[in-house]
Design a protein around this ligand. Structure first.
Ligand code: MN
Ligand code: MN
Length: 459
């Protein structure tokens, strides 16, 4: 049952492919720090590869045939792309699903205030974070401000070298004797996560002069009024690019690798597998970190509606064709796994943990406290997957998320399995999951991309 270290089998060719994939991946991480940015970036990449917007196909009453490539977008935050295969769509779709939202700190709707000649933005964090990890580091603001006239202003502050960054302050150690006695969940509390954004007063103003100066700045630069915050989605994320990590550059450290490491490798595999037998699909969704809710999360009808439209473009929509297609589909529900960390060995059960460099991770089940909330993949499906990976020489390992009684987690797998399709959880192992900077192994990224491609070809 001992799994091999991927590095030991690589020749020059694999190292080259791996490095080139990881370089492009780092770029994707830098350009896509929000779900919206990830969708924009994905559209750029797939349009170059010949993908067409399904809306255009529908409005022009065009038909779809084998070899056609289309995509559909939901509110700029989720995207589904399809490569129409040779087989009847009723025989099912091979689906790669991942999420493109990541834990972060969102700006509240009425955020701007001044205190003691500092200007702040008040926030509400998104997803599961250790709040104390987000203070005293450089942060950037990404997002959109939608105005009443219908225009949408894109905002990125803190990524360009010449840009200023923002931050959340922490208490100096010299005055922290009381703070240091608190439990980690209380060391920094939600309402303390306010973003420091200014300290200079507007000339000639007496009351709230620093806040007024900030308002003047955003008016001059973006033509935004304070009330426009009411219809804004501004996300605060760690500032700066993803980097190679380790003196041997064997790893990548970057923000938002949960789950963009699976999203990007799925996307690359999707483009790599041309002329598939069955129709293939790469589905990148939003809101996984807060329960897959809303129109752009996996629980929405977006995916099902899109498949219905595709069936209608191939032939004519029939409810039964849609039902059969979804039931006969197979899915890799891709999300990051907890990498075994020797520093915190007691949280893991070593026989069933994911290790860096040992390849793509499969989780037959996830969930917590007795598999609750899990999708538990069928043994028969797991056997099919094992065969595909072995035949295509993809290195893989199987794992659980830590010790049985310690923790757990969920993914989008259980939602798709409701159609009666075969679904299994898989992905890339990550160190520091949900921290501002997460770490992955380049070898695992490469193996996982190859695993996705093998699945699309063979499942
Ligand atoms: Mn995830
Ligand atoms: Mn997560």
């Amino acid at each position: 049952m001992e799994r091999e270290l991927a590095w030991n089998k690589y020749k020059n060719k694999q190292i080259k492919e791996m490095e080139s994939l990881c370089k492009d991946y780092r770029e994707f991480l830098d350009k896509g720090k929000t779900e919206r940015e990830c969708v924009t970036e994905t559209i750029k990449i797939i349009e170059k590869a010949g993908y067409k917007n399904l809306e255009t196909i529908i409005s022009k009453k065009q038909k779809l045939k084998t070899g056609d490539k289309v995509y559909a977008v939901c509110m700029g935050k989720a995207i589904a792309m399809f490569n129409i295969g040779k087989k009847d769509i009723e025989e099912g779709i091979n689906i790669l699903g991942a999420h493109i939202d990541s834990p972060r700190i969102d700006i509240k709707q009425n955020p701007l205030y001044e205190d003691s000649d500092f200007a702040y933005l008040d926030t509400h964090y998104y997803g599961g974070i250790k709040k104390y990890q987000w203070v005293a580091i450089p942060l950037a603001i990404h997002g959109v401000v939608a105005k009443k006239d219908g225009s949408v202003v894109n905002i990125v502050i803190g990524e360009d070298e010449k840009d200023p960054v923002v931050s959340i302050t922490d208490l100096l150690i010299h005055l922290s004797s009381e703070q240091m006695t608190k439990t980690a969940s209380k060391v920094i509390e939600g309402e303390q996560l306010d973003i420091l954004i200014g300290s200079k007063p507007l000339a000639g103003e007496e009351k709230d002069a620093v806040k007024k100066n900030i308002l003047k700045l955003i008016k001059d630069k973006y033509d935004i009024e304070e009330e426009d915050f009411l219809s804004a989605e501004l996300e605060v994320v760690p500032a700066g690019p993803a980097r190679d990590a380790g003196m041997d550059s064997s790893m990548i450290m970057g923000y938002g690798q949960d789950d963009r490491v699976c999203a990007y490798t799925s996307l690359v595999a999707m483009l790599e597998v041309d002329k598939p037998e069955k129709t293939t699909c790469c589905l990148l969704v939003d809101k996984e970190e807060i329960g897959s809710v809303g129109a752009t999360g996996m629980q929405s009808k977006f995916f099902e509606n899109t498949v219905a439209e595709i069936i209608d473009r191939i032939d004519k929509y029939k409810e039964l064709t849609l039902r059969r297609c979804l039931t006969n589909s197979r899915m890799l529900s891709s999300d990051v796994s907890a990498a075994y960390d020797p520093t915190f060995a007691s949280a893991f059960e070593k026989k069933n943990a994911a290790f860096f460099g040992k390849g793509m991770v499969f989780n037959k089940f996830t969930g917590r406290g007795g598999k609750s909330g899990s999708n538990d993949a069928n043994a028969e499906y797991m056997a099919t997957i094992r065969k595909i990976m072995d035949d295509e020489k993809v290195l893989f390992q199987t794992a659980e998320l830590g010790k049985v009684d310690i923790g757990g987690g969920g993914t989008i797998a259980y939602i798709l399995s409701l159609y009666g399709m075969e679904v299994i959880d898989c992905g890339v192992a990550v160190l520091n999951m949900h921290a501002p900077w997460e770490i992955t192994s380049k070898a695992d990224i490469y193996e996982t991309k190859n695993g996705y491609a093998a699945f699309l070809k063979r499942a």
